[in-house]
Design a protein around this ligand. Structure first.
Ligand code: MG
Length: 303
């Protein structure tokens, strides 16, 4: 029996017990599995690497290295990206490699209790979104507040975030890109730790310019199942970060580094975007990066 059939039957039996009519159950079943499982597009493994992680003295050297090692994208930081749009456009001309996500780089705090901090965040995020859109980026990664950056309680902060995101989503959509919420581990951010919680925020905002990412390294500490986390994220998941599971170095540099469970989830939801290296390196990047690529490709096949 395929997965969606199993889910439908599970929902049906729950519904029968609750006395729900069949039409409600069919709607619930369809909603619970948007473009997932047997109906999902075939997922693809597309690798990306943060600009600061790639070896090379110049952007050209970094792009040469990444292309030679099978990467399809580079992830720049958002800081001052507005001044670098032309540099990236020129460097990418005639290459297959693209921009994946753009990593943060804004000022201020989006869910601060202080209006000035919120305004600084919104204004600088909009500049970065404009640059990200001009570069064809999947989205701009944001953290609503790191630990101790807001005095608001959890519920108040969440309500504020859901109120503020549609305006940023509209700006992102107009620029041709998205906001990507990034859940972090509790040491960095209590406010948003789990991928499914980020997905619930995306659902509540309900704007095409607002999406989500997952970071395998943060997920090590916060998720009970990488598979379940990505399945819960579903259509909202538009970017993934990857590092070794324990020390946040190159995938494969910690004993037992394993991404298969999460990759099964990515396959289930028909994930089409990038897995991007955001990590340090214990060894020589020139050797450790190609080894990480081999490991990720092997584990993708196993998933
Ligand atoms: Mg990350």
């Amino acid at each position: 029996m395929n997965t969606s059939r199993r889910q439908f039957l599970a929902l049906s039996s729950l519904g029968a017990a609750a006395g729900l009519p069949g039409s409600v159950l069919r709607a619930a079943s369809a909603e619970a599995t948007p473009a997932a499982g047997a109906n999902a597009a075939k997922a693809v493994l597309r690798l990306s690497c943060q600009e600061s992680v790639a070896p090379g003295k110049s952007l050209t050297e970094k792009l040469d290295f990444l292309e030679a090692n099978g990467f399809e994208a580079i992830e720049p930081g958002g800081r001052d990206l507005i001044k670098r749009v032309e540099e990236f456009q020129k460097a990418l001309q005639g290459r297959k490699i693209k921009i994946s996500a753009v990593c943060a780089g804004f000022q201020g705090v989006l869910i601060s209790e202080q209006e000035e901090e919120r305004k600084k965040a919104i204004d600088t995020m909009k500049d970065i979104l404009t640059a990200a859109g001009a570069l064809g980026s999947v989205g701009m990664i944001i953290v609503p507040a790191f630990n101790n950056q807001t005095k608001l309680g959890h519920q108040e902060a969440r309500e504020l975030l859901v109120r503020l995101l549609p305006d940023l989503g509209a700006h992102a959509q107009q620029a041709g890109t998205r906001i990507l919420l990034e859940p972090l581990n509790r040491g960095e951010c209590h406010f948003l730790r789990q991928v499914a919680d980020g997905a619930a925020i995306c659902r509540d905002v309900n704007h095409p310019g607002i999406a989500l990412m997952g970071d395998f390294w943060h997920m090590t500490w916060e998720e009970t199942s990488d598979y379940a986390a990505f399945v819960a994220a579903g259509k909202y998941l538009q970017h993934v970060h990857c590092a070794s599971r324990k020390d946040r170095k190159m995938p494969g540099e910690d004993a037992g580094d394993n991404y298969v469970d999460g990759m099964k989830g990515l396959k289930y939801i028909g994930y089409q975007n990038f897995i991007s290296l955001e990590c340090g390196c214990k060894g020589d990047r020139m050797k450790a990066i190609p080894a990480a690529v081999r490991l990720l490709r092997e584990q993708w096949e196993l998933a």
